[in-house]
Design a protein around this ligand. Structure first.
Ligand SMILES: Nc1ncnc2c1ncn2[C@@H]1O[C@H](COP(=O)(O)OP(=O)(O)OP(=O)(O)O)[C@@H](O)[C@H]1O
Ligand SMILES: [Mg+2]
Length: 430
């Protein structure tokens, strides 16, 4: 981040500053606290661009403050900790295994609340797992995944939790992907317990309205079986959900108001995701995988067999003599790779073969996001398709992962090297 100003600040004990990032604060003397994490001399915290944070001086403190473009500093009169947070944390500490479901709309302060709760529980001796159900704006794992981070000492942001595991969903938006999301959350909860977590905090996406959102949130809670459900509400936007727990025993429902939040627009959200792709693609290299030696998922490609000579013959008739590069034929669908998109539609071709047909131009696989896993279905990392030689079954992927047994094809296309989002789509990618 490019810094435009650097200065020394002196804070009196009890003084609180709200800082809109990008900013960097290093303590020289004294002690600061940010979202429940203490920062002592020589330690520093970074507040990224388009995010903000509140620091409180626990004693007279001298710090170095560097700020960048777009940042702002406000002095607050009262503690940053919104009303209700402290009593929620004390309540959570009463449980042997606190399991907390955190709900709220977009930009309601869910992630900061999770950070605060994780810090409070760590201080009470817990090993805390934070699972993020948000496939778009998770601060733990890469976008397109459900991720799991462990917290064993106080942290200023979930970015600094220890990334432990993830489940590849493939999409950056939840609608249409609830089965994968729920499977992922269930798996991360199991993993959290295997790792010895004594407390689980489930952070969620701001997708709270509509049939599918209700479905996801309700099944989430039956998977986690939380002892505390926290709803951060501006008005009553989560009451439709909370009402469903009216007569349920063993779960406390806590409502908190939305406090100060820094709202992010679409392009800031996109930039945040891109910074996360970069983080997980930093040491990516081009690696070749052989279709015969890996299991392919979320695609027709790899789920069937190469089309018979008769099938090629029939396809050429419809799509052009020299146009058909490759056919994959599965029980419930067919992938036809062509050199140029034909005039005849996928539906018409589908009618002819009596199954779902998808037609893809050779080369459009470039930039497709993938997830890689080992033979026990453990997440290894993400990658981006460079190209696929369909005839030879050679899949070339940019990734940090050297060996994989499973490749999942996702719904997002990224530019090579810069890993910027070029688009997203639903349905079979290949
Ligand atoms: N008490 C606070 N003081 C200062 N900044 C805060 C505070 N609470 C939240 N923020 C800031 O507001 C922004 C939004 O908060 P947060 O990321 O927790 O919201 P969210 O509900 O998780 O958002 P999303 O919908 O993107 O997941 C962040 O930049 C966060 O640092
Ligand atoms: Mg969040």
């Amino acid at each position: 981040m490019s810094m435009i100003e650097r200065r020394k600040v002196e804070l009196r004990k009890g003084q609180i500053l709200r800082i809109d990032g990008p900013a960097f604060i290093r303590v020289y003397k004294g002690r600061l606290k940010i979202f429940g994490k203490e920062v002592i001399p020589r330690e520093y915290v970074i507040i990224p661009r388009a995010k903000s944070g509140s620091v409180e001086a626990l004693e007279d403190t001298v710090a170095e403050l560097r700020i960048g473009e777009g940042s702002a500093i406000d002095e607050l009169k009262v503690s940053f900790i919104p009303p209700g947070w402290e009593s929620l944390a004390s309540m959570a500490k009463l449980y042997q295994e606190p399991r907390i479901l955190v709900l709220g709309g977009v930009d309601s302060g869910k992630t900061v609340l999770c950070t605060y709760l994780a810090n409070a529980l760590v201080e009470a001796g817990h090993k805390v797992a934070v699972i993020d159900e948000d496939v778009g704006q998770s601060e733990i794992g890469p976008p397109t995944t459900i991720s799991l981070g462990l917290v064993e000492q106080p942290i200023p942001s979930l970015k600094e939790s220890e990334f432990k595991d993830a489940y590849f969903v493939g999409s950056t938006s939840p609608a249409g992907y609830s089965a994968r999301i729920l499977a992922g959350v269930e798996k991360m909860i199991r993993r959290a317990r295997e790792l010895g977590a004594t407390s689980i905090i489930l952070n969620t996406s701001g997708f709270i309205h509509g049939w599918e959102a209700r479905e996801i949130k309700l099944v989430l809670s039956s998977i986690l079986s939380p002892n505390i459900i926290v709803a951060i509400e501006k008005t009553q936007e989560i009451e439709h959900f909370l009402g469903q727990f009216r007569r349920v025993s063993g779960v406390e429902v806590v409502r908190l108001p939305v406090g100060y939040v820094r709202v992010r627009d679409r392009s800031e959200r996109k930039r945040f995701r891109e910074s996360m792709y970069r983080k997980f693609m930093e040491n990516a290299r081009k690696r070749v995988f052989n279709r015969k030696e890996v299991a392919l998922r979320y695609s027709i490609y790899g789920s069937g067999v190469e089309g018979s000579e008769e099938l090629y013959e029939a396809a050429r008739k419809m799509l052009g003599e020299d146009n058909v590069e490759y056919i994959e034929d599965a029980a419930d669908g067919m992938l036809i790779v062509v050199h140029h998109i034909p005039r005849v539609s996928e539906e018409e071709v589908g009618k002819k073969f009596a199954k779902l047909v998808i037609i893809r131009q050779a080369g459009t696989e470039r930039g497709l996001i993938v997830g890689l896993a080992d033979s026990s279905e453990r997440f290894l990392g993400i990658g981006v398709v460079d190209n696929i030689d369909f005839r030879r079954g050679r899949i070339t992927i940019w990734t940090e992962v050297e060996r994989a047994d499973i490749i999942y094809f996702g719904q997002v296309r990224l530019s090579l090297e810069r890993w910027e989002e070029q688009g997203r789509f639903d349905g079979f990618p290949l």
